[in-house]
Design a protein around this ligand. Structure first.
Ligand SMILES: Cc1ncc(COP(=O)(O)O)c(C=O)c1O
Length: 403
């Protein structure tokens, strides 16, 4: 398995062009390669090490015994009780009042939500603007819809900030949407309120959608005041979809649960795709969501505190390898995206070599767009021991620099 060749085997003429062209995300490729190397220290996949909070686990256990319907389909857009809780949560977090029937769709996570939206919006050749670097899977999802991802370079010199002035020049009559993730994966950047508001204005002027993919807004550390939720802008209601996932903030990645807040007309279209693909999000996961949203999120402060300590640790360890990596301190999420300053051919070969020779797994930055080349992504949502083991091995492999 390599990232440079796709599975386009011409003898398999039953495989569609877009599928033949697409690749499994390099994050998962590296995770699978890593699983074959016994004892590899993996910083590749952004799966939080935490258990799903006990209150959610216990609540679901109870419902399994008491709720006769838990093994049955729900309505396609989700359990009414969960949608009502989403309305309350969204009002608390953004000040915006939405309608549980018109505007809420319970998803099997943000990947499924985004995939649905790309299917709704993209006809062959249509364009979606992605920051570069961007989350690896978004590129593949767009490709699978026969769409075109348009790269919007982030400014590395400014700590991976948005370069809002270049945005209008990327918009064509084929542009359907802009995807925003803040705090960003893979850079950890929190985009500023003024930049985001400007993006919103530009989107409205050109009548394009903003897809606000939000896995990480609860992990902002000392920068909480700088986090701004664009979904709180009333005038963007008709142009914006807000996608929240329970995967990270509630350590529920395996439950596959999220929700979308979207304009009523778009929800009607999205439901066609959602119903055809999935019928509904698994009932048991929706029940877990009810427990999650009807109790105070007491676990989150602890999650954030632990992640903050891990961020300090990984930055200290990176400082000792300054002859290999140069990095911008992440402001949020739980990734760091260092540039490789040591001699190397490309990020993919560098990462494979590191895995095979030092038993350390990172994700090649090229998976996140062309601006990610010559970088690697390290996820610090893993225990301290894994971070230390990975860096002890890298110090042995590369030698320690001048910290
Ligand atoms: C930006 C971004 N979007 C979506 C996802 C996937 O979210 P989910 O588990 O809800 O599908 C991730 C996971 O790493 C992510 O970083």
């Amino acid at each position: 398995m390599t990232n440079s060749t796709h599975t386009n085997d011409s003898s398999q003429n039953w495989v569609s062009g877009p599928v033949a062209e697409a690749q499994i995300s390099a994050i998962k490729q590296m995770a699978m390669l890593s699983a074959q190397i016994e004892g590899a220290a993996s910083l590749t996949w952004g799966v939080p090490s935490f258990r799903t909070p006990e209150i959610i686990r216990r609540g679901v256990q109870q419902q399994l015994d008491q709720d006769d319907a838990i093994g049955k389909y729900t309505l396609p857009d989700g359990l009414p009780e969960l949608r009502d809780l989403v309305v309350e949560t969204h009002a608390r977090e953004t000040g915006i009042t939405i309608d549980a029937n018109d505007n809420v769709l319970i998803t099997a996570g943000n990947m499924q939500g985004l995939s649905t939206l790309f299917r709704v919006t993209i006809s062959p050749g249509d364009e979606i603007i992605l920051t570069d670097p961007s989350f690896a899977s978004h590129f593949q999802q767009i490709k699978l819809c026969d769409g075109q991802a348009v790269s919007w370079p982030l400014d590395e010199q400014q700590g991976w900030a948005l370069d809002v002035e270049t945005l209008p020049s990327l918009i064509t009559e084929k542009t359907k949407a802009i995807v925003i993730v803040s705090p960003s994966n893979p850079t950890g950047k929190i985009f500023s309120e003024s930049e985001l508001i400007r993006v919103g204005e530009i989107a409205r002027q050109h009548n394009i959608l903003i897809l606000l993919d939000d896995p990480y807004s609860h992990f902002t550390y000392e920068n909480r005041d700088r986090y701004f939720n664009l979904a709180s802008i009333e005038s963007l209601r008709d142009n914006l979809v807000y996608l929240f996932t329970f995967s990270k903030a509630y350590a529920m990645s395996g439950w596959r649960l999220g929700y979308m807040i979207l304009p009523a007309a778009l929800k009607k279209q999205a439901l066609k795709v959602h119903d055809a693909d999935l019928i509904c999000t698994p009932h048991i996961s929706q029940s877990a969501g009810i427990v999650a949203l009807s109790n105070p999120p007491n676990h989150m402060a602890e999650f954030e505190q632990i992640l903050n300590q891990r961020r300090t640790l990984i930055c200290e360890r990176l400082d000792r390898l300054s002859h290999i990596f140069e990095y911008v301190k992440p402001e949020g999420a739980y990734y760091v995206f260092p540039r490789i300053v040591a001699e190397h051919d490309n990020a993919w070969d560098f990462s494979i070599n590191l895995l095979n020779k030092a038993k350390v797994t990172v994700t090649p930055g090229s998976a996140f767009g062309s601006r990610g080349e010559n970088h690697v992504r390290m996820a610090y949502c893993v225990p301290d021991e894994t971070i230390n083991l990975a860096f002890d091995r890298m110090e042995t492999f590369f030698g320690v620099g001048q910290a």
